[in-house]
Design a protein around this ligand. Sequence first.
Ligand code: ZN
Length: 244
Amino acid sequence: MTLRVTVWNEGRHEKTDKKVQSIYPNGIHETLASGLQAHGFTVRTATLDELEHGLTDAVLAETDVLTWWGHMAHDEVEDTIVERVHQRVLEGMGLIVLHSGHFAKIFKRLMGTTCNLKWREIGEKERVWVVNPAHPIAEGLPDYFEIPASEMYGEPFGIPEPDSLVTISWFAGGEVFRSGCCYYRGQGKVFYFSPGHETYPIYHNDMVLKVIANGVRWAAPTPNTPKVTIENRPKPIEDIPIAE
Ligand code: ZN
């Protein structure tokens, strides 16, 4: 079955910033959506200013993997929607958190930590190193690839130890950053991938899109998993004496 991806975007920079508009004339979400469609997914988009931020129960029920881009309006995301997305992740929906989504309510809730990082915006080179070539997200990637102009994100990154780390980035100014981090949360999977500042054409980069597409495949719900039920007093599986 074709994986169903919902690309969520805050969509605010695009409304006011000429430079962002020139790079993403139809919004970051449309560029990401067409990039992911080219990888064979069924893609829809949703944005902050839509009713329920475009993330209704019906949309989320039809979403295998949700991608999240936000920056200047994290606080405007309604807590009820954050709760809804959180529940869907715990039930098995995949979540790809992109770039400044490190401060999104949903990411901070899933991590339970500050998610703080260092940053510098001078358009320096970023070299993304694959540190776990056996990971499914590394499929088809070279040892490393480069993004000519990027925003520096630097360590220490206030996240829990990733369940697996796929990429580390080096920046021309000297810092390093855990740029591709995987987590399991409940039945769901979360992938954080940091490249993607709005004033650089990073979501037009084929390698970046490949990483995100691989992330979608990895984060997709695992089919036929045992249902998690909450039974306070389960009957013993083995035939054992029970004290009355
Ligand atoms: Zn940025």
